[in-house]
Design a protein around this ligand. Sequence first.
Ligand SMILES: Cc1ncc(COP(=O)(O)O)c(C=O)c1O
Length: 385
Amino acid sequence: MTINDVSMQRRLRLIERGAGPTIRREGKDLLNFASNDYLGLATDPRVVEAAAQAGARFGTGATASSLVVGYTTLHEALAERIASLVGAEAAIITPTGFAANMAAVSALVMREDLIFADALNHASLVDGCQMSGARTRYYRHRDTDRLATLLSRADRARRRFIVSDSVFSMDGTIAPVQRMIELADRHGATVVIDEAHATGVLGANGGGVCEGLMTGEPSRLVHVGTLSKALGSQGGFIAAVRETIDRVVSGARPFLYSTALAPPAAGAALASLTIVQQEPQRRKRLHEHVTHLRTGLMDQGWTVIGDAGAPLMAVLLGDPARAVDAALRLERSGICVPAIRPPTVKPGACRLRVSPMATHTTEQIAQALAAFAEIADLQPPGGMQ
Ligand SMILES: Cc1ncc(COP(=O)(O)O)c(C=O)c1O
């Protein structure tokens, strides 16, 4: 399979209007099941207004790196809110979630340390591990028995780190974080968890999968996340004990050598956090839509993966041509879902990634299900494992 295969080619598709549950793309109105704006906050008037006010006060851009003149009182207020939401001592705001993962792993892990990483980790964690220069052992997706074995064989390494997404972005699966923290406690390891698809969506207060989980030594857990998904803004964060945050501030290249997050994005994220805390019904509605979609698709005979609580699911199709065909036919019926192909997933594991939003109506979910029913002839023969 090469980049010359038509089913492997990509091109930019231009959005002409909207970022909410409906968008206009290349002249066609579509129901949007492709967004990470799970709670519908990117277009919420209160969030848009907060961004405008932040821009009026601090400017449209941060104008410099955080350590020069880029880090404002707005960034600091946001960091404090994030730290309190996830239950960490301190936090720092980064220009993107990608930079947050790169910065957290590369600043904490030294060449002589050992990393244990889930095989399906996001590219930014993979790159962070590589940047650290430490040896990285990948374990099968969510296989904590294997992780336990690897840890027990590595007791002589200088330090041990377990690095994982909490919600896996292309599968909708959730890492067994509680067990990972227990293992870290037993083996004196540190867990770095990327909550990109969990912040705002999971946890009693929207603090992510790790919210309230850390009862042991707080330095064992580093929360990383993004402001660009359920918070409807842009940027990333790292939350941990103060000493860890200080290390990032003085030593993480993706943090040091990049312009700080634009103030309007920081202002927007702050407003979103207030809404996340005050309107838990948004999370409830999102989870209802996810359940409705998942059970509807499974009833139609699709192979659907994704755990309860995750804001997204994957419909497995197998080869790339089938996935691309399915996405195109759904688009003709007015439904926008992306076909996910290599290198993002393994060849033969191509899929549609389906993500509803809290702001979809029940009728719109039903419309998506009806469109899937029309393409049932594309279901892989014999299903998929
Ligand atoms: C699991 C995961 N981590 C990190 C990121 C990067 O976040 P950002 O888009 O804010 O750079 C993404 C986004 O694509 C993601 O899916």
